[in-house]
Design a protein around this ligand. Structure first.
Ligand SMILES: Nc1ncnc2c1ncn2[C@@H]1O[C@H](COP(=O)(O)OP(=O)(O)OP(=O)(O)O)[C@@H](O)[C@H]1O
Ligand SMILES: [Mg+2]
Length: 290
């Protein structure tokens, strides 16, 4: 089930981001192919500016990898796209992020609805201590769905490439699954609410190569229905799965001892890994730094 083009707006009246370029002509075709636009995004934790001046677009039905050394702000940036930073005390986001033309941070936008449309999968699989079935049915039930749950559970588990392994034990505890199975269950749980975008923060870092390959295959299969942003420390993974790559690093100012995450460049993954524009990207992707 895809929410893509038919997805209703988060609020009725779209609010153009302040930074949105003024198009004299009708919006370019590319406009329709962009899910998020981010302009001059800064994230603060209290007085500490963790990330500054991040500007890039996220293309639709593609996989974008966010890479960069530890502490450069990848998770912080990722959390901006489903307003998870709202849940962190003292965190503050400035700048503009639009989701399909709507200001994601408009006060009329409901963050709960945002997180339904824009799901998240974390580094450590975090199934609920419930049955496999109840994990996947959880989101639809919270949304008030009572009928057709069996179908939602089956189709979500199939999309997450887990159905064949668990269909004879749906009432067993999810905690009895292997790590790789648990991660696919978390993907099924995220898919079950019919999201539009999946944000994945190092989803394979706790998995063996076989489970990792399954998740990577799965990402390729589902990207026709979803837009995916993935944070990864695994360069081969970024090169294998993503269409575009954004490289972040920490800008260290020794005079006042601050470290702030910055976006160095974003481009097609092919270009980023073969002929990046910035030397810092080249050093990172070839393993000479970070
Ligand atoms: N909840 C928080 N409160 C205060 N500071 C935070 C918080 N979360 C992250 N930071 C700080 O923000 C900066 C960026 O952290 P972030 O976790 O986004 O980096 P990252 O690139 O995801 O790193 P890693 O690759 O290790 O996961 C770091 O300096 C970190 O200490
Ligand atoms: Mg992180």
């Amino acid at each position: 089930m895809s929410m893509t083009d038919e997805a209703p707006r988060l609020i009725e009246r779209p609010v153009a981001a302040a930074a949105e370029p003024q198009a004299a002509e009708p919006p370019p075709a590319a406009e329709r192919d962009v899910v998020f636009r981010s302009h001059d995004v800064n994230v603060y934790y209290g007085a500490f500016r963790a990330v500054r001046d991040v500007t890039f677009d996220v293309p639709k039905n593609e996989i974008m990898a966010l890479i960069g050394p530890s502490g450069c702000g990848k998770s912080t940036v990722l959390r901006c796209y489903n307003r998870m930073n709202d849940l962190i005390k003292d965190a503050r986001v400035t700048g503009a992020i639009t989701y399909r033309g709507t200001d994601l941070y408009d006060e009329r936008v409901d963050p709960v609805e945002v997180r339904r449309r824009i799901g998240m999968v974390f580094q450590k699989p975090n199934p609920f201590p419930k049955s496999i079935y109840d994990n996947v049915a959880y989101g639809p039930r919270v949304a008030g769905q009572k009928k057709g749950l069996d179908d939602v559970v089956e189709s979500s588990l199939r999309k997450a490439a887990l159905w064949e392994e668990v269909n004879d034990r749906l009432n067993d505890s999810a905690l009895g699954l292997s790590g790789g199975q648990q991660q696919r269950l978390c993907i099924a749980r995220a898919i079950a609410v019919g999201p539009d975008v999946l944000l994945m923060d190092e989803p394979c870092s706790a998995l063996d190569p076989i489970a990792t390959a399954r998740i990577e295959d799965l990402m390729q299969e589902i990207k026709q229905d979803y837009t995916i942003m993935i944070v990864t420390h695994n360069m081969q993974q970024a090169a294998r799965v993503s269409d575009t790559t954004a490289f972040f690093t920490a800008d260290v100012r020794s005079e006042n001892d601050t470290r702030t995450g910055i976006l160095v460049e974003v481009d097609t993954t092919q270009k980023m890994f073969s002929n990046p524009a910035d030397e810092r990207t080249e050093n990172y992707v070839t393993g000479r730094f970070g």
